[in-house]
Design a protein around this ligand. Structure first.
Ligand code: TMP
Length: 219
């Protein structure tokens, strides 16, 4: 089977990053070669740009400036990590990709969607993931989870209000409507173990894993 480029998307607080790490471990244990990575970041340059992007000392930034920083990180990530891994037959699990920019900068900040498309064409050639898992939960719950985390480092987007979260969720919902075959929406408002079972089912089907691996992992 050709290596697949699979992205995990969702609001901050949706639990996608935890499930991605767990999924990568599980796929490796099941004998599949897989690379876990994330955006913004994923390369030394990308990590530096992530630091700039999330630095609260800049305050509110223009959405187009945000998009340009994010796409600089994304291009480097594609060139240095994603495409080489796929070419070598390694599945790539990526925490966020261009759907995040459409949802956050497009719907959240109000950047024109056709401008994002044009930057995307330059930066990635319009690269689209093979499949996307959307971790969905009500904006209120995601916002509450975001506010109640006792992380030491508070990033720039932690300051966003509930209305921003609602717009971003609406953006994701429109993306699902526009690309129903690429997206699988996973309800992440319930217990983490229930969400995890669903993640396993979706990945097993996508990557042709036998039901046996699911049973083994479930103990
Ligand atoms: P993370 O917490 O999932 O690592 O993402 C960091 C923040 O960056 C998160 O608040 C979402 C934001 N972000 C965007 O606004 N646009 C993007 O294109 C990406 C990839 C992330």
């Amino acid at each position: 089977m050709q290596a697949k480029f699979i992205t995990f998307e969702g609001l901050d607080g949706s639990g996608k990053s935890t499930h991605l790490e767990r999924a990568a471990d599980w796929l490796e244990t099941s004998g599949l070669s897989c690379r876990a990575t994330k955006e913004p970041g994923g390369t030394p340059l990308g990590d530096a740009l992530r630091g700039v992007f999330l630095d609260p000392s800049w305050g509110a930034l223009d959405g187009t400036v945000e998009s340009l920083v994010i796409f600089a990180s994304r291009r480097q990530h594609l060139l240095e990590v994603i495409e080489p891994a796929l070419a070598a037959g390694t599945h790539v699990l990526c925490d966020r990709f261009t759907d995040s920019t459409v949802a956050y900068q497009g719907h959240g900040r109000g950047v024109a969607l056709d401008l994002i498309e044009r930057i995307d064409a330059i930066a990635t050639g319009g690269r689209v993931p093979d499949h996307t898992l959307l971790f969905d939960l009500p904006a209120e719950e995601a916002h509450r989870r975001g506010q109640s985390t006792s992380r030491e480092v508070v990033d720039r987007l932690d300051a966003e209000d509930l209305a921003f979260y609602r717009r971003v969720r609406e953006g994701y919902s429109r993306l699902v409507g526009a690309h129903p075959d690429r997206f699988t929406t996973i309800d992440s408002s319930g217990p983490a173990e229930r969400t995890w079972r669903r993640v396993q089912q979706v990945l097993a089907e996508l990557l042709g894993l036998e039901e046996r691996s699911l049973v083994t992992d479930a103990g």
